[in-house]
Ligand binder design. Structure first.
Ligand code: RM4
Ligand code: MN
Length: 384
């Protein structure tokens, strides 16, 4: 029993985002922190620290053009030397002046062509880095009723998605990300999982949905979405983070660890730990130190997964079949209320890691080193 759980936890792979290592903030203020990377190479070095101390974060997502470099093959080789790999390539069609009225759904065909060219450039970057996943998030939408034709925008979206789909090589996929609102405040062109699912379904197996946990209306039952998409083979991955209000991008498991457990239970239940679902973090550490923020987040996902794996599935099935409402609920709660930290500490020690990654990182001297070395240059942040 514990052996199976440990094996599943060892196989868990959590991807950290390059942008979590740079400076971030809100639209009010971006706070600069000491030691923050000045380029994608330094971001990868920081991500390698997270992997070195947790053992379960072997890949790093890139965001283009924030992580634009002259030679992507060289960047990927650098990652390999550091003991990590390149994960999902995140496209960015939301920060150019041209996109004020949308990117791939813009009424102006010239803007649509520009946006599509960027998406195809991202496919080239996948090929150059060996990444198998492209993540598409569109800020496209409208602010005022009547501003544009809702249905025509869906047509334009479908056209762009099918052009990208056609360019995906063997073994590659794209993940379509939805978000309820922001920056568009009236309509959003991919506002929910149903819209993303419908577009992906039409395209085929290389198109899947990514669930960013911060992209729903308050109260939405995310684990239901997870269960449904997994059953349909359309759950491509997660952008994990947590929120109290809207898209807060706080550390996953910080706001609602019980929700994270419920999500991970549906993942376990649906075979999602072994189905090519990408477990990515999409967070910003505005006021907390970044590398420890990522380590804590990785540990939170590990803990929720361990608890989900502890659910006594036979007892649960028996209670469910017998209509034992309280008994079934108790099986789930027993697992949730188990302290899995000793199990995870043991697992780390078995694989030659320190039992407490937070303490090990603090003791390593890495922060003092980067704070002293990374002086001058421009720190990475929103837009770089
Ligand atoms: C978006 C979305 C994307 C991420 C950007 C930075 O809200 O979550 O996944 O790439 O933010
Ligand atoms: Mn996201």
């Amino acid at each position: 029993m514990t052996t199976d759980i440990k094996a599943a936890l060892r196989a868990l792979h959590i991807e950290t985002p390059s942008w979590a290592y740079g400076n971030s903030g809100t639209r009010f203020k971006v706070f600069a922190q000491r030691g923050v990377p000045r380029d994608p190479y330094e971001k990868l070095a920081d991500a390698a620290q997270v992997h070195a101390h947790t053992g379960v974060a072997p890949t790093v997502a890139l965001h283009i053009p924030w992580d634009k470099v002259a030679d992507y093959g060289h960047l990927a080789a650098h990652a390999r030397e550091l003991g990590v790999g390149i994960g999902a390539i995140n496209s960015n069609v939301f920060q150019d002046d041209a996109y004020m009225l949308g990117s791939v759904t813009n009424p102006d065909p010239a803007v649509r062509r520009k946006a599509l060219a960027h998406l195809l450039e991202c496919v080239d970057i996948m090929d150059a880095t060996g990444s198998d996943t492209l993540k598409l998030w569109f800020s496209d939408g409208t602010n005022y009723p009547g501003q544009d034709d809702i249905r025509a925008r869906q047509d334009r979206l479908a056209e762009a998605l099918s052009a990208v789909y056609a360019r995906l090589g063997e073994g590659r996929r794209f993940l379509l990300e939805y978000k309820l609102f922001e920056p568009a405040f009236y309509t959003t062109d991919v506002p929910d999982w149903g819209t993303a699912y419908a577009h992906c379904l039409r395209l085929g197996p290389k198109a899947q949905v990514v669930v960013d946990t911060g992209h729903h209306a308050p109260g939405v039952n995310i684990e239901f979405i997870v269960a449904f998409l997994l059953r349909e083979g359309k759950l491509g991955g997660f952008d994990f983070n947590s929120r109290f209000y809207a898209d807060d991008d706080l550390m996953v498991g910080a706001a609602d660890p019980f929700q994270l457990f419920r999500i991970m239970y549906e993942v376990v239940r649906g075979g999602g730990l072994t189905a090519g679902v990408a477990f990515m973090l999409d967070q910003c550490h505005n006021i907390e130190p970044k590398i420890p923020g990522q380590i804590r987040s990785v540990m939170n996902v590990q803990e929720a997964t361990a608890k989900a794996l502890l659910v006594d599935r036979d007892a649960l099935a028996a209670a469910q079949a017998g209509g034992d409402v309280l008994g079934a609920n108790a099986v789930l709660m027993d697992a949730y209320n188990t302290d899995v930290r000793p199990l995870l500490a043991e697992l780390r020690e078995e694989t030659g890691l320190a039992p407490d990654p937070m303490a090990a990182y603090a003791k390593s001297g890495y922060f003092e080193k980067i704070a002293a070395e990374r002086v001058g240059g421009t720190q990475a942040g929103w837009g770089a």
